[in-house]
Design a protein around this ligand. Structure first.
Ligand code: MRU
Length: 338
């Protein structure tokens, strides 16, 4: 395992990302040539995970600036704002997407000529991407203190290096603990319906040689009851004043963890915090019910069945034992823990 793993998203004479929908079968980079293509890539989860979306949003503004024909402000900023709105609204729940877009827009707005606006947008996007890896490694170190040698950690969805620019949040904590010489075993929930756990988390950990056992989402309670889980660590898409939004299914693990007296940790950078809002104000993305009704083109349910497919759920902060950030571990209501 090295610190120099390829990034999930990067700029190399244009915007590139790992197409996460092809994993684990193929590891392929995709060049993004238009804002429309970027929006489609975000909606279809070719790039996904809150911190990776933050970088995608910022690089999207850099791309829009490069494609823009206007010579400078204010015409150029008006065109960038149109692109910004398209990107922000591609997925509503992960706060990092609009955070990344807004940061790059603020940087671009300080430029006057077209050249200056382009440079400022790109250098802010590059800064966000580099910062993401640094922040994840910092939070990884704080989180690693919570793990003991021999721990079995349950995680849900993918909060690894693919979901970020590199290293990862929940998996970053595991990586940091392993780098310190601790033996950690991960139970990865498959994460219905889009299988980020089996396709991405299981792949990432296997690549790194970290022991991982794949389980169905519904098995977590039974494993907890049998004493097989020491800690739960998940990522977050948005942390409001009162709740953690993360992949659908997270809340059930949190309730089960509380029932079995197992610590339930959330690992997330401060850029995922949204203290101005509370749970009831947040739009939870609802995805195409077909994602539940079929798999790789094969029908799993009767034609015409009614299905409900929210992408995320909210876990009240009182079920969270600690939030692992780059500034330390905080216990709701956000007092420093270590
Ligand atoms: O729909 P996804 O795959 O983008 O959902 C991602 C998650 O829920 C992750 O747990 C979250 O973004 C944290 S990633 C570090």
């Amino acid at each position: 395992m090295s610190n120099c793993q390829p990034r999930s998203i990067w700029w190399d004479d244009g915007l590139w990302l790992i197409d996460q929908t092809l994993l684990p079968e193929e590891l392929l980079a995709l060049k993004i040539c238009s804002i429309h293509q970027l929006v489609q890539a975000i909606k279809s989860l070719k790039v996904r995970g809150a911190p990776a979306l933050g970088a995608a949003g910022a690089y999207g503004i850099a791309l829009a600036a490069r494609l823009c024909r206007a010579a400078g402000s204010p015409e150029m900023m008006a065109e960038l704002e149109t692109a910004a709105e398209m990107i922000r609204s591609a997925r509503p729940t992960a706060v990092n997407l609009s955070w990344g877009v807004d940061r790059a827009m603020r940087a671009a707005a300080c430029g006057e000529s077209g050249e200056e606006i382009r440079e400022r947008a790109l250098s802010e996007a590059e800064e966000i991407a580099t910062e993401d890896i640094r922040v994840n490694q910092l939070l990884g170190k704080f989180g690693a203190r919570l793990l003991r040698d021999g721990d079995n950690v349950l995680t849900h969805c993918n909060a690894g290096r693919l979901a970020c620019v590199g290293w990862g949040t929940a998996l970053g904590v595991v990586r940091s603990a392993v780098a310190e010489g601790k033996k950690i075993h991960v139970y990865a929930c498959e994460t219905r319906p889009l299988h980020q756990g089996s396709r991405l988390t299981a792949w990432e950990l296997t690549e790194d040689g970290i022991p991982v056992t794949l389980i169905c989402d519904s098995m977590s309670g039974s494993l907890m009851r049998k004493g097989k889980i020491d800690k739960v660590i998940v990522g977050a898409d948005r942390i409001t004043r009162d709740a953690v939004f993360n992949k659908i299914g997270t809340y059930s693990h949190a309730v089960l963890a509380r029932h079995h007296n197992i610590p339930f940790y959330v690992a997330a950078p401060l850029s995922t915090f949204d203290p101005r809002h509370e749970e009831s104000e947040i739009v939870v993305e609802e995805r195409d019910p077909e994602e539940i009704c079929s798999l790789n083109g094969k029908r799993l349910a009767p034609e015409g069945i009614e299905a409900y497919n929210p992408a995320f759920d909210a876990t009240p902060l009182e079920l969270v034992s600690g939030i692992i950030t780059e500034k330390g571990v905080f216990k709701p209501p956000l007092m420093p823990l270590i």
